[in-house]
Design a binder for this molecule. Structure first.
Ligand SMILES: [Zn+2]
Length: 523
């Protein structure tokens, strides 16, 4: 995710002014974080009907966002849904190295309804004996959106599960030993909610987005157990294991089926259209009957830009940008991990990344008049960069959000350095220094008292830290480190410990002063 919030007209004037002044150059002097946060630890439960400011809205920078006073809606009683014959059958035990999701989704596009049969083959690679599985069910955060019909484990029906908020706990009897495999079949109905501007999930008259729309087994940590965090109005709270997906789609009205944007290539599977995506965190989809598409390719990767009439130039620019992003970061970080890279226009405040598929605000398309010095290019590229720093290299987005966000912001700087070095100084001023960043880089999403504090510490000071780190250890070590970090942590969940462990394999320079200046936890 990223934000572009700023006072637009003053910023443009300031940027223009600063270009005339060497004093506004982009030297990244260490910004000393302010005093440790004393903000209360706020955990907010989303009320889907409340007008909650979202992390991507233009911020009221100085005003902390209060927790919602409104109690969350009472859990909706799960209505009875007639059991149907499942379309998926439990997978036989095999030596899986990742969870494997098979989904059969029947979409009633005009009625915003999806019937899903989902098979999950879960290999227990945790090293522990598991008495239960915990799944995240994000549609439960919306009123009446998720209607559970049935669950089975290894062919046996399970009724003593617990579904509360967005947590589904499925007991395992007998327990699942290390290296054993559990095969789940879950049947459910989705009432896709009306899309709010701050969310990607939902339907509009001209578009339906399915994001985090299926239950998935959350990661298991040997020390802390199942990793499922609470919703927060800013930042992302979900953590994902890398998994393999086979998603089968069909429409109740096939004759008027919408254009589907998916992070994989479509294959025919009888009456279904099948998509396979390996080694990804998520499988998001977007659909519209009005999409215009610009397609290109770089190496074996298909790039697709989906947009609406009137935004042809912006749509074409993003298609080209996608080829540049893959072409640059492939050799610099790691090979792009998916068959397709999509950028999708949506009525959204900023940008939001999923594997192989990023959403970008319609406002950026409308504001696009060429050049690279705008939200469309900078944030479009930012979201695509998350394919490496989120998709390929996973991390705990709630507890260590800097690992994907600081690296994605800094990757913007790297991108311009290679493709358009004349605007790197502009980028520093426009993206980072204008905001006078403050705050610790390694805060959680729950620590800051405001969205602005969060972005200033994690994103902007994160970029300044990486710049200072690079200056300290030199370009050669810095780029060797990034490549090694991406390689070692591919399809895994990196922690700050991994970041610094691998970093120190590439430099013997003392960086303790940088860590003291930017981090609340010394390493
Ligand atoms: Zn981001």
């Amino acid at each position: 995710m990223h934000t572009s919030q700023r006072a637009r007209a003053p910023r443009l004037l300031l940027s223009a002014f600063c270009l005339l002044l060497s004093a506004c150059s982009t030297s990244a002097s260490p910004a000393t974080p302010t005093a440790p946060y004393s903000a209360p630890f706020i955990i907010v439960t989303r009320n889907p009907n409340a007008a909650i400011p979202t992390p991507l809205e233009a911020a009221t920078a100085t005003e902390p966002m209060p927790p919602s006073e409104t109690p969350p809606p009472a859990p909706t009683a799960t209505p009875f849904v007639p059991t149907r014959e499942p379309l998926v059958t439990p997978q036989p035990a095999s030596s899986l190295t990742r969870p494997f999701y098979v989904l059969y989704a029947t979409v009633d596009y005009d009625n915003h309804h999806v019937s899903v049969d989902e098979g999950i083959s879960y290999p227990n690679l945790t090293g522990a004996t598991l008495n239960e599985l915990v799944l995240a069910v994000e549609p439960m955060l919306y009123n009446n959106a998720f209607l559970l019909a049935s669950i089975s484990v290894n062919g046996a029906s399970v009724t003593n599960y617990a579904l509360a908020a967005h947590r589904l706990t499925i007991p395992l009897s007998p327990p699942l030993p290390p290296n054993g495999q559990a095969n789940l079949v879950i049947q459910y109905e989705l009432n896709v909610p009306v899309k709010q501007k701050g969310n990607t999930f939902g339907w509009l008259s001209y578009q339906t987005n399915l994001t985090d729309w299926y239950p998935f087994v959350v990661p298991y940590d040997a020390a802390s157990g199942w990793v499922l965090h609470d919703f927060m109005p800013w930042g992302e709270h979900l953590v994902y294991d890398s998994a393999d997906f086979e998603v089968n789609l069909r429409f109740t009205d096939a004759a008027s089926a919408p254009v589907v944007a998916a992070p994989a290539l479509a294959e025919s599977n009888g009456e279904w259209t099948r998509y396979r995506l390996d080694g990804a965190r998520t499988f998001a989809l977007s659909m519209s009957r009005d999409y215009l598409v610009t397609e290109s390719a770089v190496r074996s990767v298909t790039t697709r830009s989906y947009y609406f009439a009137g935004h042809e130039n912006a749509g074409a620019k993003l298609s080209y940008l996608a080829t540049q992003v893959v072409g640059l970061f492939d050799p610099l970080f790691a090979p792009y991990p998916y068959p397709v890279i999509n950028v999708i226009e949506s009525d959204y405040n900023d940008g939001q990344e999923y594997d192989g598929l990023a959403f970008l605000s319609s406002a950026f398309y409308a504001d696009y008049y060429g050049t690279s010095q705008n939200d469309l290019v900078v944030l479009g590229m930012h979201e695509m960069t998350h394919n490496w720093w989120f998709g390929l290299v996973g991390s705990d987005q709630a507890m260590e959000p800097w690992l994907d966000e600081a690296l994605s912001v800094y990757s913007e700087r790297i991108f311009f350095e290679y493709t358009n070095p004349g605007i790197v100084n502009w980028w520093w001023q426009w993206r980072v220094n204008y905001f006078k960043p403050y705050g610790y880089v390694d805060m959680t999403i729950y620590q800051p008292a405001s969205f602005d504090s969060y972005v200033n510490g994690v994103y902007r000071n994160g970029a300044l830290f990486l710049e200072d780190l690079r200056v300290r250890i030199g370009d050669q070590a810095f780029y060797a480190f990034l490549k090694d970090y991406a390689g070692q942590m591919s399809h895994r969940r990196a922690t700050a410990d991994d970041f610094f462990r691998i970093l120190r394999q590439h430099t013997s320079k003392d960086i303790s002063d940088l860590i003291a200046a930017y981090f609340q936890t010394q390493r």
